[in-house]
Write a new protein. Structure first.
Length: 145
């Protein structure tokens, strides 16, 4: 009653799985927000570096920073699509369905292989005669019996 050991509640497997999934989704969204912040800061720096400081005017592409920002925008949109859209279609439920399909295919293939082995490699039948059984199981030479 007054022991110093704290009682900890046990989390069952389903709750643990939901917790891990929630942690993974939070991590994805956190990384997306970091990407967005770096994108904004990087875009502002590119805009400041090229026109205001005149750095990069000798490049073969005029206003190269606009192209760099557009490419970065495309990469950010792919990341955004991956986090919010693809996770709906290919989320935890999709993974579970795919896992079940693969396990079923593996079980079918194992059964097919077992049937093939059973039909091709017939095991010898047990002898019914007592003398034959004695001869097969007796490790001693026949004259010692």
């Amino acid at each position: 009653m007054f022991s110093k050991a704290k009682k900890t509640e046990r989390i069952d497997a389903e709750q643990r799985e939901q917790y891990e999934y929630a942690r993974q989704r939070i991590k994805q969204k956190k990384n997306l927000m970091r990407h967005f912040i770096v994108f904004l800061v990087g875009s502002v720096l590119l805009i400041i570096i090229n026109p205001l400081l005149g750095y990069g005017n000798e490049f073969f592409i005029q206003d190269w920073f606009i192209w760099a920002i557009l490419i970065w925008t495309f990469i950010f949109l792919v990341h955004l699509f991956n986090v919010f859209v693809m996770s709906k279609f290919m989320g935890k439920e999709w993974e579970d369905r795919q896992l079940e399909k693969l396990k079923a295919r593996q079980a079918e293939r194992t059964a097919e292989l077992q049937n093939k082995v059973d039909t091709e490699l017939q095991l010898p039948t047990k002898p019914t005669d007592a003398t034959e059984r004695n001869e097969l199981n007796n490790p001693l030479p026949p004259d010692v019996q």
